[in-house]
Design a protein around this ligand. Structure first.
Ligand code: UD1
Length: 421
């Protein structure tokens, strides 16, 4: 069993390049299923979620090779139209293969994704969208299947701007005859990047920066070369790590516009932020200040994925911060772990009350999920003494060698095998 050993108390400093966005590369790899040819996707981080997605593509019949940060994906030989339980269990978001596979093969059957660490994560909006497009959608008790019936463009109104449902509907409609309109679509930057990729491949999609996306169906898509956008959640995670240690770092290769929704929180904490074209410098005060209230919301609101890392930083701020989680019903699991460091955080339904404490001590903790794992690592960077962070497979889903990234900024952090296991 692997774990991280972190000797806290070192101020972070230096420059670091932000790797490609996990939530950007996954739907783009699914979109490759719609292409009959070879695509080259640059800036693909080495993450376990990317590995599982590549395994799915290979299982379906695609050839995928990695050359440094690029994935070369040849989808000309895709033959299968099912995705096994083992893959669906490892990567719940692989449900976005449903629309692409059904569109390409006429039928797709994916093992039913269950709940996950951060909540139930239903897929009703994905399925309603595909049904509205004319797919016959059903479950056989094990799989969720979509079959082409009389597929054509239509208007789909989402009651909530779900990221995954928006992606699935785009992928299911890009080759459908006629015009599809998604009203109240998600506006996350990763969706705009997916649309950019598809448009380069020959799709006709407009409106990604507005709440209505319009897709005019085309007959075929061709292979393309594309560079995935930088990971805005990684950027906010590194900023939180810098903030808690009172450090000063520069993030390179990021898109400052994508990080805007989180900046007011860091500024309220007392951090100084300087933005250039593709980089951001953050300088943190000796002691952070509390943030009056943070409420997670769909983009361009404060991202739910940044809630846990920012909470870790606020746990040592002067004063009391209020954090309301509105997107996922079970995204406070990290609080129990954070409190092992001596923080004072309580939960009332979807609201966390973070009473900042001056000092925290080392602890043996575990990652409860991907972003909750990032939060405990951030707390360990501040804590006096050596902390052990277990269950780091969650972290490897979304952060490429987190220990190397943080060590390059001066943290004392090592990956090792836990002798007790
Ligand atoms: C994506 C991101 C995840 C991020 C989330 C919100 C990927 C791979 N994951 O997840 O990191 O935290 O967006 O920004 O991109 N919902 C329904 N029915 C549905 C679909 C969603 O009720 O059919 C609900 C969910 O339970 C949740 C909310 O809508 O409460 C948001 O979910 P959604 O935007 O779909 O998130 P994901 O695409 O799963």
């Amino acid at each position: 069993m692997k774990c991280l050993k972190i000797n806290g108390g070192k101020k972070l400093s230096g420059n670091i390049s932000v790797h490609g966005a996990k939530n950007g590369v996954l739907p783009i790899l699914s979109a490759c299923v719609l292409i009959n040819g070879v695509s080259v996707i640059h800036n693909c981080p080495k993450l376990s979620d990317v590995d599982v997605t590549v395994d799915i593509l290979r299982y379906l019949g695609a050839k995928v090779e990695r050359e440094n940060d690029a994935l070369i994906v040849d989808t000309s030989q895709i033959g299968r139209c099912d995705v096994l339980e083992s893959y669906m269990k490892e990567l719940r978001s692989s449900i976005i293969f449903l629309g692409a596979l059904a569109s390409r093969s006429g039928r797709a059957c994916l093992y039913l994704p269950g709940g996950c660490e951060i909540g139930l994560r239903p897929i009703d909006l994905h399925l309603k969208g595909l049904k509205a497009l004319g797919y016959n959608v059903y479950t056989d008790g094990h799989n969720v299947c979509a079959e082409k019936k009389n597929v054509k463009g239509t208007e789909i109104v989402l009651p909530f701007p779900s990221v995954g449902a928006t992606e699935n509907i785009i992928l299911a409609s890009v080759l459908a005859p006629g015009r599809t309109t998604i009203v109240n679509a998600a506006r996350e930057p990763e969706i705009a990047d997916l649309v950019k990729f598809l448009n380069k491949a020959g799709a006709k999609i407009t409106g990604t920066s507005a709440p209505t996306i319009v897709i005019d169906g085309v007959k075929t898509l061709h292979g393309v070369e594309h560079t995935v956008i930088p990971d805005r959640i990684l950027a906010a995670t590194l900023m939180s790590a810098c903030a808690i240690t009172g450090g000063e770092i520069e993030l390179e290769n990021l898109c400052p516009e994508h990080i805007m929704p989180t900046l007011p929180a860091f500024e309220e904490m007392g951090c100084r932020i300087d933005i250039s074209k593709n980089s951001l410098r953050i300088k943190s005060p000796e002691r952070l200040k509390r943030v009056k209230k943070i409420e997670t919301m769909a983009y361009p609101g404060f991202p739910t994925d940044c809630q846990a890392p920012v909470m870790a930083a606020l746990s040592v701020a002067k004063g009391t911060s209020i954090i309301k989680e509105t997107i996922f019903e079970n995204r406070f699991k990290h609080i129990e772990q954070l409190n092992m460091f001596g923080t004072d955080i309580s939960i009332n339904d979807r609201i966390a009350v973070v009473n900042g404490v001056k000092n925290i001590h080392s602890a043996d903790v575990k990652c409860t999920d991907l972003r909750g794992g990032a939060a405990v690592i951030i707390a360990a960077l501040k804590a006096n003494g050596i902390s052990t962070v277990k269950d780091i497979h969650h972290i490897d889903r979304g952060y490429e060698c987190i220990e190397n990234q943080l060590a390059s900024l001066g943290a004392d952090i090592k990956r090792m095998y836990d002798e007790k296991k």
